[in-house]
Design a binder for this molecule. Structure first.
Ligand code: FES
Length: 95
């Protein structure tokens, strides 16, 4: 006998993934993922450098506080990758 009162199992069969591009490289995205999460999942760990020391930066806080994850999305600069939900065919450029 199965217990039908518990939470429904996660059904991801209807979720169709898509792609965006980062500096011309196509990467996969899960629906609902942020640009930063998609970049990290694709193995892109840093995409900026600090102004004076040239130290690598990418996701740090992951919640929109530190501004380490800035990217340009479809021509709009200085967006926090950790807060921007990815959309199909977004074009992300890094600095
Ligand atoms: S990782 Fe800190 S603002 Fe995005």
């Amino acid at each position: 006998m199965t217990d039908e009162t518990g939470p429904a199992p996660l059904d991801r069969t209807g979720d169709a993934g898509f792609h965006l591009t980062v500096d011309g490289r196509r990467i996969p995205v899960e629906p609902g993922q942020t640009v930063g999460a998609a970049m990290l999942a694709a193995g892109i760990r840093s995409w900026r450098t600090t102004r004076f020391a040239g130290r690598p930066r990418g996701l740090f806080c992951g919640i929109g506080v530190c501004f380490d994850c800035l990217v340009t999305v479809d021509g709009t600069p200085s967006l926090r990758a950790c807060l921007v939900t990815a959309r199909p065919d977004d074009e992300v450029t890094t600095s």
